[in-house]
Design a protein around this ligand. Structure first.
Ligand code: HEC
Length: 99
């Protein structure tokens, strides 16, 4: 994600403000290398997470739950967030890479 894009994103309402909270980590090349995932893929996951998971409650941080809990939460939130399986995988990969 380039800086212009992130700045633009920051102005899209409350979800955008939450997205700019420094606590919601932004994937780094180191993380991408460690997890063997593409950095653009991880950033896309972050975006899908921000877009679909912050409307009913705050965006929970990766460190708040362990991996099994995250998997079951994201599964149980899937119908609520109306996301497909691809989006679910993007979100999970982003969250678990941030742990
Ligand atoms: C339509 C509203 C809604 C959306 C959208 C939504 N959630 Fe939730 N979420 C809830 C509610 C309500 C709870 C409270 C627990 C329950 O009733 O299951 C919750 C609880 C949670 C919890 C547990 C928090 C805790 O402290 O126990 C997590 C984690 C979570 N959601 C993650 C997500 C993720 C990830 C997404 C996006 C895929 C998402 N939520 C989208 C309504 C929503």
């Amino acid at each position: 994600m380039n800086i212009g894009k992130s700045i633009k994103f920051c102005f899209i309402g409350l979800a955008g403000m939450l997205a700019c909270s420094p606590a919601l980590y932004i994937p780094t090349p180191e993380v991408a290398q460690r997890t063997n995932l593409d950095i653009n893929y991880l950033n896309q996951g972050r975006q899908v997470y921000i877009d679909h998971c912050g409307s009913c409650h705050r965006l929970h941080l990766p460190a708040e739950f362990g991996e099994p809990a995250w998997r079951s939460f994201v599964n149980s939130m899937q119908p609520r967030a109306k996301i497909n399986d691809d989006q679910k995988k993007l979100i999970l990969d982003y969250i678990l890479s941030g742990k």
